[in-house]
Design a protein. Structure first.
Length: 242
Protein backbone atom coordinates (compact mmCIF):
# COMPACT_ATOMS: atom_id res chain seq x y z
CA UNK A 1 0.00 0.00 0.00
CA UNK A 2 1.33 3.42 -0.97
CA UNK A 3 1.88 5.87 1.89
CA UNK A 4 2.22 9.62 1.53
CA UNK A 5 4.04 11.68 4.13
CA UNK A 6 2.69 15.17 3.60
CA UNK A 7 5.02 18.07 4.23
CA UNK A 8 4.37 21.75 4.81
CA UNK A 9 1.30 22.72 2.79
CA UNK A 10 0.07 19.14 2.57
CA UNK A 11 -1.45 18.48 5.99
CA UNK A 12 -4.64 16.95 4.62
CA UNK A 13 -5.97 15.11 1.61
CA UNK A 14 -9.58 16.24 1.28
CA UNK A 15 -10.35 13.77 -1.52
CA UNK A 16 -9.30 10.79 0.57
CA UNK A 17 -12.32 8.67 1.56
CA UNK A 18 -11.20 7.66 5.04
CA UNK A 19 -11.76 4.01 5.95
CA UNK A 20 -9.58 3.71 9.05
CA UNK A 21 -7.78 5.96 11.52
CA UNK A 22 -4.75 4.26 13.00
CA UNK A 23 -3.58 5.10 16.52
CA UNK A 24 -0.87 7.66 17.09
CA UNK A 25 1.18 5.65 19.65
CA UNK A 26 4.12 3.47 18.61
CA UNK A 27 6.88 1.71 20.58
CA UNK A 28 8.99 4.80 19.72
CA UNK A 29 6.55 7.35 21.10
CA UNK A 30 3.79 9.30 19.41
CA UNK A 31 3.72 9.81 15.65
CA UNK A 32 2.93 13.31 14.33
CA UNK A 33 -0.69 12.23 13.93
CA UNK A 34 -2.66 9.01 13.55
CA UNK A 35 -2.07 7.47 10.12
CA UNK A 36 -5.13 7.92 7.94
CA UNK A 37 -6.08 5.01 5.72
CA UNK A 38 -8.47 5.64 2.89
CA UNK A 39 -9.39 5.31 -0.73
CA UNK A 40 -8.24 7.75 -3.37
CA UNK A 41 -9.33 7.13 -6.96
CA UNK A 42 -10.27 3.56 -6.06
CA UNK A 43 -6.90 2.73 -4.45
CA UNK A 44 -5.99 2.12 -0.83
CA UNK A 45 -3.63 4.83 0.45
CA UNK A 46 -2.08 5.80 3.77
CA UNK A 47 -1.52 9.42 4.67
CA UNK A 48 0.48 10.99 7.48
CA UNK A 49 1.04 14.75 7.87
CA UNK A 50 4.69 15.05 8.91
CA UNK A 51 4.18 18.12 11.07
CA UNK A 52 0.80 17.03 12.45
CA UNK A 53 -2.59 18.40 11.56
CA UNK A 54 -2.83 21.28 12.06
CA UNK A 55 0.86 21.94 11.39
CA UNK A 56 2.43 22.06 14.86
CA UNK A 57 5.79 20.24 14.95
CA UNK A 58 8.94 22.01 13.73
CA UNK A 59 11.31 19.91 11.59
CA UNK A 60 13.72 19.13 14.43
CA UNK A 61 10.90 17.99 16.75
CA UNK A 62 9.22 15.55 14.36
CA UNK A 63 9.42 12.00 15.72
CA UNK A 64 10.63 10.51 12.43
CA UNK A 65 11.17 7.10 14.01
CA UNK A 66 7.57 6.94 15.22
CA UNK A 67 6.22 8.21 11.90
CA UNK A 68 7.94 5.64 9.72
CA UNK A 69 7.14 2.90 12.25
CA UNK A 70 3.47 3.91 12.30
CA UNK A 71 3.32 3.69 8.51
CA UNK A 72 4.91 0.23 8.52
CA UNK A 73 2.44 -0.89 11.21
CA UNK A 74 -0.44 0.40 9.09
CA UNK A 75 0.75 -1.66 6.11
CA UNK A 76 2.85 0.73 4.03
CA UNK A 77 4.86 -1.02 1.31
CA UNK A 78 6.05 2.18 -0.45
CA UNK A 79 6.47 5.70 0.88
CA UNK A 80 6.54 9.03 -0.95
CA UNK A 81 7.85 11.88 1.17
CA UNK A 82 6.58 15.24 -0.03
CA UNK A 83 8.94 18.09 0.93
CA UNK A 84 8.86 21.84 0.49
CA UNK A 85 12.40 22.96 -0.32
CA UNK A 86 14.55 25.92 -1.25
CA UNK A 87 16.16 25.94 -4.70
CA UNK A 88 19.96 26.16 -4.57
CA UNK A 89 20.41 25.78 -8.32
CA UNK A 90 19.26 29.13 -9.74
CA UNK A 91 17.23 27.41 -12.48
CA UNK A 92 15.07 25.75 -9.82
CA UNK A 93 12.61 28.58 -9.28
CA UNK A 94 9.57 28.42 -7.00
CA UNK A 95 7.10 25.94 -8.45
CA UNK A 96 9.74 23.52 -9.73
CA UNK A 97 9.09 19.87 -8.85
CA UNK A 98 12.13 17.65 -8.32
CA UNK A 99 12.67 13.93 -7.66
CA UNK A 100 16.15 13.90 -6.06
CA UNK A 101 18.40 10.88 -6.43
CA UNK A 102 20.90 11.68 -3.67
CA UNK A 103 21.07 13.46 -0.35
CA UNK A 104 23.52 14.93 2.13
CA UNK A 105 22.53 14.98 5.78
CA UNK A 106 23.56 18.20 7.58
CA UNK A 107 21.26 17.62 10.57
CA UNK A 108 22.44 16.99 14.11
CA UNK A 109 21.01 15.48 17.28
CA UNK A 110 18.00 13.85 15.67
CA UNK A 111 16.93 10.36 16.75
CA UNK A 112 17.87 8.80 13.46
CA UNK A 113 17.99 5.01 13.74
CA UNK A 114 16.12 1.96 15.01
CA UNK A 115 19.42 0.07 15.10
CA UNK A 116 20.86 1.88 18.11
CA UNK A 117 21.67 -1.22 20.14
CA UNK A 118 18.76 -0.53 22.47
CA UNK A 119 15.57 -0.58 20.45
CA UNK A 120 17.14 -3.00 17.95
CA UNK A 121 20.60 -4.53 17.69
CA UNK A 122 23.22 -2.50 15.82
CA UNK A 123 23.14 -2.90 12.06
CA UNK A 124 24.74 -0.84 9.27
CA UNK A 125 22.39 -0.48 6.32
CA UNK A 126 23.60 0.24 2.81
CA UNK A 127 22.51 3.75 1.89
CA UNK A 128 24.64 4.41 -1.21
CA UNK A 129 21.47 5.25 -3.14
CA UNK A 130 19.05 6.64 -0.57
CA UNK A 131 15.98 6.68 -2.81
CA UNK A 132 14.34 3.63 -4.35
CA UNK A 133 15.06 3.52 -8.09
CA UNK A 134 11.75 1.90 -9.09
CA UNK A 135 9.65 4.25 -7.03
CA UNK A 136 11.56 7.24 -8.46
CA UNK A 137 10.85 5.95 -11.98
CA UNK A 138 7.19 5.48 -11.12
CA UNK A 139 7.04 9.06 -9.85
CA UNK A 140 8.71 10.41 -12.98
CA UNK A 141 6.25 8.49 -15.19
CA UNK A 142 3.36 9.77 -13.08
CA UNK A 143 4.61 13.31 -13.68
CA UNK A 144 4.56 12.72 -17.44
CA UNK A 145 1.04 11.32 -17.25
CA UNK A 146 -0.13 14.25 -15.17
CA UNK A 147 1.46 16.71 -17.61
CA UNK A 148 3.79 18.04 -14.89
CA UNK A 149 7.47 18.50 -15.59
CA UNK A 150 9.46 16.73 -12.87
CA UNK A 151 13.20 17.36 -12.65
CA UNK A 152 14.96 14.01 -12.57
CA UNK A 153 17.70 13.79 -9.99
CA UNK A 154 19.87 15.99 -7.85
CA UNK A 155 21.19 16.14 -4.33
CA UNK A 156 18.85 17.13 -1.50
CA UNK A 157 20.72 18.76 1.38
CA UNK A 158 18.94 18.38 4.70
CA UNK A 159 19.63 21.10 7.29
CA UNK A 160 18.70 21.16 10.95
CA UNK A 161 16.54 24.30 10.98
CA UNK A 162 14.22 25.68 12.01
CA UNK A 163 16.08 28.81 10.92
CA UNK A 164 16.79 29.20 7.24
CA UNK A 165 20.42 29.05 6.12
CA UNK A 166 23.01 31.79 5.69
CA UNK A 167 24.11 32.69 2.16
CA UNK A 168 27.54 31.22 2.96
CA UNK A 169 25.99 27.93 4.10
CA UNK A 170 24.03 27.73 0.85
CA UNK A 171 27.18 28.57 -1.18
CA UNK A 172 28.95 25.72 0.59
CA UNK A 173 26.05 23.37 -0.08
CA UNK A 174 26.18 24.35 -3.77
CA UNK A 175 29.89 23.45 -3.78
CA UNK A 176 28.94 20.14 -2.15
CA UNK A 177 26.69 19.53 -5.15
CA UNK A 178 23.29 20.17 -3.56
CA UNK A 179 20.49 21.33 -5.86
CA UNK A 180 17.91 21.60 -3.08
CA UNK A 181 17.75 22.40 0.61
CA UNK A 182 15.10 21.27 3.06
CA UNK A 183 14.79 20.35 6.73
CA UNK A 184 12.77 17.16 6.77
CA UNK A 185 14.21 14.69 4.28
CA UNK A 186 16.37 13.05 6.94
CA UNK A 187 16.29 10.80 8.88
CA UNK A 188 12.98 9.86 7.23
CA UNK A 189 14.68 8.34 4.17
CA UNK A 190 17.18 6.21 6.11
CA UNK A 191 14.54 5.03 8.59
CA UNK A 192 12.44 3.79 5.68
CA UNK A 193 15.51 1.96 4.38
CA UNK A 194 16.07 0.42 7.83
CA UNK A 195 12.53 -0.95 7.72
CA UNK A 196 13.05 -2.02 4.09
CA UNK A 197 10.27 0.17 2.74
CA UNK A 198 11.01 1.65 -0.71
CA UNK A 199 11.07 5.43 -0.33
CA UNK A 200 11.24 8.35 -2.75
CA UNK A 201 11.00 12.12 -2.37
CA UNK A 202 8.86 14.56 -4.31
CA UNK A 203 10.24 18.02 -3.62
CA UNK A 204 8.45 21.28 -4.35
CA UNK A 205 10.64 24.38 -4.59
CA UNK A 206 8.97 27.19 -2.64
CA UNK A 207 11.75 29.80 -2.53
CA UNK A 208 15.23 30.49 -3.91
CA UNK A 209 17.65 29.42 -1.16
CA UNK A 210 19.49 32.07 0.86
CA UNK A 211 21.73 34.30 -1.25
CA UNK A 212 20.62 32.77 -4.57
CA UNK A 213 18.71 35.99 -5.29
CA UNK A 214 19.26 39.33 -3.61
CA UNK A 215 15.98 39.60 -1.72
CA UNK A 216 15.34 38.07 1.69
CA UNK A 217 13.18 34.98 1.99
CA UNK A 218 9.65 35.77 3.13
CA UNK A 219 6.94 33.47 4.45
CA UNK A 220 4.52 35.20 2.07
CA UNK A 221 6.44 34.03 -1.03
CA UNK A 222 6.76 30.53 0.44
CA UNK A 223 3.02 30.34 1.14
CA UNK A 224 2.14 31.57 -2.35
CA UNK A 225 4.38 28.93 -3.95
CA UNK A 226 2.93 26.24 -1.70
CA UNK A 227 -0.64 27.10 -2.53
CA UNK A 228 -0.24 26.65 -6.28
CA UNK A 229 2.40 23.93 -6.08
CA UNK A 230 0.62 21.54 -3.75
CA UNK A 231 -2.28 21.11 -6.19
CA UNK A 232 0.27 19.95 -8.78
CA UNK A 233 1.86 17.58 -6.24
CA UNK A 234 -1.59 16.06 -5.63
CA UNK A 235 -2.08 15.60 -9.41
CA UNK A 236 1.20 13.68 -9.61
CA UNK A 237 0.22 11.49 -6.63
CA UNK A 238 -3.12 10.66 -8.24
CA UNK A 239 -1.37 9.72 -11.47
CA UNK A 240 1.00 7.52 -9.46
CA UNK A 241 -1.98 5.68 -7.98
CA UNK A 242 -3.77 5.29 -11.32
N1 LIG B 1 15.90 26.10 3.44
C1 LIG B 1 15.60 25.01 4.19
N2 LIG B 1 14.41 24.44 4.18
C2 LIG B 1 13.46 24.97 3.38
C3 LIG B 1 13.71 26.10 2.59
C4 LIG B 1 15.00 26.70 2.61
O1 LIG B 1 15.30 27.70 1.95
N3 LIG B 1 12.55 26.36 1.93
C5 LIG B 1 11.65 25.42 2.32
N4 LIG B 1 12.20 24.57 3.20
Amino acid sequence: MLAIIGGTGLTEMPDLEITQRHGVETPLGAASSGVLQGILDGRDVLFLPRHGHPHKLPPHRVNYRANVWALKQAGATRIIGVNAVGGIEPALAPGALVVPDQLIDYTSSRESTYFDGRFKPLQHIDFSWPYDAELRDALLRAGEQAGELLEDGGVYGCTQGPRLETAAEIARMARDGCRLVGMTGMPEASLARELEIPYACLALVVNPAAGVVESEITMAEIEAALESGIERVKKVIRALLG
